[in-house]
Design a protein around this ligand. Structure first.
Ligand code: NAP
Length: 273
């Protein structure tokens, strides 16, 4: 019988996840399919029963279910507990388990840098920022700071993770080794022309990491590269969070280069927002 996987969220806009996972299943000859399941918040408990009975073997979880799903699970990984959000459901025997592969996704391209930056600034204090901070701490970055337009949220995140908060207005004043944008500034649509950083304020030799991946090259990354900084695209985070999900579900590795090409082609084929 064809194994079933999918993504739950509400509203569930266009997502590249079905293309990624279905391609992976096809390439490895796994008899499985991955579907999009738009799911209103009230429908979560009943939907999880379909996973408990084995009708569906694993799920990607997106807004607004990432936190709400946690009390409904049998087991949550330490990583997901630290972030306070689950983006992946998988089964371990009869147990329904939650993991956060966004953290794995954030970290993967940073592991490939020639050297680990000693300090990092995360811009934003939402769900993606929590994954980024957790990832940077997992990597062992010694000095992690967070800056957010709404200061109270940065302060709360800083307390949760034991990192420091920096005033939004003062974010460009320190020479951070890594600057990670987790705000939607620069993403396709009304915010596309915007950047959270001034073009002439990038610290020398810093790494600029934008978790926005549509467009592939945001203004933030373009200006960072022009200033001589290394630029890391959010597509790497998306790719690696997906590869980690696939591994949890199938125990197998998707062809990384092929999957990256697939995502690049899919993004290139998207109509402009
Ligand atoms: P979220 O929880 O809504 O948080 C958004 C954050 O951005 C908040 O801190 C918010 O600040 C800040 N922000 C929003 N508009 C801003 C503006 N005009 N100026 C300055 N700050 C602004 O969202 P999220 O789930 O963290 O997602 C954030 C972004 O990450 C989205 O673009 C999403 O597509 C992307 N993402 C990418 C991946 C990937 O795989 N690459 C994965 C997850 C998310 P306030 O607190 O002041 O509102």
């Amino acid at each position: 019988m064809t194994a079933r996987y999918g993504i739950i969220g509400w509203p569930l806009g266009h997502t590249l996840s079905p293309a990624l996972h279905n391609w992976g299943f096809g390439r490895l000859g796994v008899d499985a399919r991955y579907d999009a399941f738009p799911l209103e918040p009230g429908g979560l408990p009943a939907f999880l029963d379909r996973v408990r009975t084995g009708e569906i073997l694993g799920l990607s979880v997106t807004i607004p279910h990432k936190r709400a799903v946690m009390p409904l699970l049998d087991r949550i990984t330490d990583r997901a507990r630290r972030v306070g959000a689950v983006n992946t459901l998988f089964r371990d025997g009869d147990a329904l388990c939650g993991e956060n592969t966004d953290v794995i996704g954030v970290v993967a391209p940073l592991r490939r840098l020639a050297s680990l930056p000693a300090s990092a600034l995360v811009l934003g204090a939402g769900g993606a920022a929590r994954a980024a901070v957790a990832g940077l701490l997992e990597l062992g970055v010694a000095d992690v700071a967070v800056a957010n337009r709404t200061p109270d949220k940065a302060a709360a995140l800083a307390v949760d993770f034991g990192v420091r908060a920096v005033a939004w207005e003062a974010r460009m004043d320190e020479p951070f080794g890594l600057i990670c944008n987790t705000t939607p500034l620069g993403m396709a649509g009304a915010l596309e022309g915007r950047s959270p950083w001034d073009a002439d304020r990038f610290p020398e030799g810093c790494v600029a990491y934008d978790i926005v991946y549509n467009p592939l090259e945001t203004r933030f990354l373009r200006e960072a590269a022009a200033a001589g900084c290394a630029a890391v695209s959010g597509l790497e985070m998306f790719l690696h969070q997906g590869l980690a999900q696939f591994r949890l579900w199938t125990g197998r590795d998707m062809d990384e280069d092929g999957a990256r090409r697939l995502l690049l082609d899919a993004l290139a084929a998207r109509p402009a927002a």
